[in-house]
Design a protein around this ligand. Sequence first.
Ligand code: X2W
Length: 293
Amino acid sequence: MPEEEPMKKQTVTAEDWIAAARTLNAALPNLQRYDGATVVIKLGGHAMGSDEAMESFARDVVLMQQVGVNPVIVHGGGPQINQMLERLTIKSDFVGGKRVTDLATVEVVEMVLSGLVNKRIVQAINAAGGKGVGLSGKDANLMVCEQADPALGFVGKPVGFNPDFLRSLHAAEIIPVIAPIGGGSDGATYNVNGDTAAGAIAASLKADRLLLLTDVSGVKDNTGEIVSEITPEQIRQMTDDGVIAGGMIPKTETALAAIDDGVRAVVILDGRAPNACLLELYTEHGAGSLIRP
Ligand code: X2W
């Protein structure tokens, strides 16, 4: 028989607990500020890491709800869709950051997003003691779509929403977890880019915050530093100057559209960083780039 491992030494000191209490105490103004706030969190497929990271994300969301925030999670799952399409030997192309989606592809997209990815998040939230309920844009007509562009096939442009249904879930202390799939009035199933879906749903709720959790730390200036606060006007300028480029453009475009449509502020932040949401909402340090007029 292997020898029993010695008991782990207790490493948490009284000073650590005092620091933890001080942190809670210092968070009071922000706890009050976000009491009753609606916060939409976009969890991108690239930001979904290990089971431990998912567990920690779920605890953050449940904690936010415990202290009075109304969270809505809208998720992506691009890498997870890619993996499944590969297993099924279905080829897939992107045009302008959107997946060209034929009938065979949209079936896989819906199965992966509404099935695998959505339920993984719901399960993590419920394991953390929350009441997570998994939905897609089809449920209760949360996100009715039209075809975005015939060249992209079943890629949807969100046109109709049901924010009252989301509010009724919040009143029942339920945390909605939404897959970016929409039904069309033509009966078709549409694949919506996760950022687009999160921005549109946040706008329908006139959310106080939209947190775009991704795999970069935020918007970088021309010296490569993360800009902690930035206006839509500055974003337009930096895009014209080519400082904002590549994969950041769909994020900043989502942010600008959401703000135009009534979201109070958008934050682009690294979802892989531990406790990113709590750091952003409840500490003066913040995280990522805050975009607001
Ligand atoms: C995306 C939906 C998933 C997504 C796709 O098929 O990959 C379109 O491109 P991330 O993880 O947020 O990138 N839809 C139309 O957006 O996932």
